[in-house]
Design a protein around this ligand. Structure first.
Ligand SMILES: [Zn+2]
Length: 507
């Protein structure tokens, strides 16, 4: 009644619209926000009415009431952000609040990336159903996981026809369980040893399921153009939509080639290949130290020299994890080399030799990773502006790369508000509508009647990432409130204690 009275005083037109919904009741109403619907259209002032987990009305709800009301007071309201390449669910049950995710405005994460997934997916999905978490989760089926379970330790070779058949069976089981498609991590073991034919054979069988192919491509540096050719060929041969994961030009002689890359992908699109990409907003990556050596010639000091000259510099590599000697974590390769009085190339080779020796004696995988700067800012901006590139984090909740806590707010702050590489509506589109389109997921990614009520309320003037290399887990500013499936899950920088996350299954 209070709102109706207010609008009575405000004038005739408002009187008409306000009393239109007079007496209507909702579970929740978010009032007075600037609503960006996720399509790239500019924001419009509107109220959102929610019933159960669904958006029931968008417009003027001044005559309606609800059990729970929020005054958005001219702040931005957008669809909950969708992270198309996430590592946040390592063990989702150890941090069901997903604060690292929610604090960025993300409401849905897609896991099973880089060829690694929970296996079999059906049992993981059952666990998630039994013990839901704060965010929505969807997953790909991982090629490396499947390959590993068929080839085991004898993986440094092409798979036989019989082995490929067995892999197909496992992939089909995951597709039946609702996997979004196949993910590969062709720069990693064991996928790096697969022939192109193996990947093609597996991708072909997901086509009838409307599956997608998402790939950490075979090389992001020395063999880059060949790797781009491979993913385009997967799309061309199988007809399956393909997405380049965390697209980057990660070698000095690739810098400035963003336009050439986009021309190749645009040409492929013209020829009918549904190729898209995701991208995160940092010039440094986080991965295994061994990914630097695609030919796995770890003791080759000449190769190490080339890496430290052409891909990343000794002062630009930070050891993020080094189980053998945790005192080295957080230090640069240059600093560690100085400590041991060795050349950086010698040091790099020795660090890996120690990992290999440790793994042999422990019969286990050594916890090791590095962060390395090898991308150029101008390329990041150009690739982010590509109309088919959506935003991802590639982050984790516990990792040392700040992307795990800062990626999405960083796009809104640095690339949108400060550098104006994107408009606010475009940035939101790349985090929501485009992401949902690239993934082919239903009823999310847009603020529309009948869609799930995944919503983020944020201040576009102050939203900002605070996570840094020194403080990677700092929560962002300006993300005011987050709803997942109609439930308020994040407010005043805290998880609300609710776990309304649902499974995201293939269309
Ligand atoms: Zn990756």
């Amino acid at each position: 009644m209070k709102y109706c009275l207010f609008t009575l005083l405000a004038g005739g037109l408002l009187l008409f619209s306000s009393c239109n919904n007079k007496g209507e009741n909702y579970d929740r109403i978010i009032r007075n926000g600037i609503v960006y619907d996720g399509s790239g259209a500019p924001g419009i002032r509107a109220d959102i009415g929610i019933r159960n987990d669904t958006i029931a009305f968008i417009g003027d709800l001044s005559g309606a009431s609800a059990t729970e009301e929020t005054d958005a007071a001219g702040q931005a309201l957008a669809p909950g952000f969708i992270d198309t390449h996430s590592h946040h669910a390592g063990n989702p049950f150890s941090h069901r609040d997903f604060t690292a995710v929610l604090s960025q405005g993300i409401t849905s994460i897609i896991i099973g990336q880089d060829g690694g997934s929970n296996f079999p997916l059906a049992s993981f999905y059952q666990q998630l159903t039994d013990t839901p978490v704060a965010v929505n989760i969807g997953s790909y089926s991982g090629h490396n996981t499947i390959r590993d379970s068929i080839l085991g330790k004898d993986f440094k070779r092409a798979a036989s026809a019989a082995e490929t058949e067995k892999m197909k069976t496992l992939l089909l089981q995951d597709m039946e369980a609702g996997a979004l498609g196949l993910s590969t991590g062709l720069e990693y073991d064991p996928g790096i040893y697969s022939a192109r034919e193996e990947v093609l054979a597996l991708t072909k069988i997901i086509a009838p399921y409307n599956g997608r192919y998402i790939s950490h491509i075979r090389s992001e540096d020395r063999y880059f153009w060949n790797a781009i050719d491979e993913i385009i060929n997967v799309g061309k041969t199988t007809g399956v939509p393909v997405q380049v994961s965390h697209i980057k030009l990660a070698m000095h002689n690739l810098w400035g080639k963003a336009d050439s890359l986009l021309a190749i992908m645009d040409q492929a699109r013209k020829e009918g290949v549904q190729i898209t990409s995701d991208i995160y907003p940092y010039a440094f990556w986080h991965s295994t130290i061994r990914v630097l050596f695609p030919d796995r010639n770890f003791s080759n000091e000449k190769e190490a020299d080339m890496i430290l000259r052409d891909i990343t510099l000794p002062e630009d590599i930070i050891l993020a994890a080094y189980e053998i000697n945790p005192a080295y974590e957080g230090k640069t390769l240059a600093a560690i080399a100085a400590l041991e009085n060795k050349t950086p190339a010698r040091m790099l080779v020795e660090l890996i030799a120690r990992i290999e020796a440790w793994e042999k004696s422990h019969n286990d995988e050594c916890r090791e990773s590095i962060m390395a700067t090898s991308m150029a800012e101008t390329d990041i901006t150009r690739l982010m502006q590509w109309p088919y590139a959506n935003i991802c984090s590639d982050g984790s909740s516990s990792g040392r790369h700040p992307r795990g806590h800062g990626a999405f707010p960083r796009v809104l702050a640095k690339y949108t508000r400060e550098e104006k590489a994107l408009t606010l509506a475009q940035a939101i589109y790349k985090m929501t509508g485009l992401a949902a389109t690239n993934l082919a997921i239903e009823k999310r990614g847009f603020l529309r009647t009948g869609y799930f009520a995944d919503i983020v309320l944020f201040n576009p003037d102050t939203v900002k990432d605070l996570a840094t290399v020194e403080e990677p887990h700092a929560l962002s500013e300006g993300i005011l409130q987050v709803w997942v499936n109609g439930q308020s899950v994040y407010l005043t920088k805290k998880h609300s204690g609710l776990f309304p996350g649902q499974l995201i299954k293939r269309k």
